[in-house]
Design a protein. Sequence first.
Length: 141
Amino acid sequence: MSDLYSVIGEKGYSNLLADPQGADVISIPCKPGSGTISRGTLMYREATGMWSPAAAANVVNTNQLAVLNEDVDTGSAPASGTTAVAEDAAAYRAGCFVDGAVKLAAGAALTAAHKVILRMQGIVFDPMESTSTFDNYVTGS
């Protein structure tokens, strides 16, 4: 059913990249049966060549890793004897991301050890600029 009523002009921003310079975009075939995978999820390449959401154990030097740049619906697991087709998705192979924007499978947070491994593959993090106010004066003594 279509959405008849909504707020016009409302926009939410979800920046992944802290610095768009040097971001390396690729297309990855997502393994069918992983459900809906959200943008910003860390993906790893399986031995089959298909990509799946990375759990903590998958973030290792020997796995090729990438950050998903769009929501993708990979569907449910195929029934026995049926064939499923992989959905291609845009992903970043390298880039400077907003710290906290990239997540593991099921939305789990990255640890410092994960970030070290990602840094070796060209995926680095930078804290988001704060919009809080501050006083720029000094009281003399």
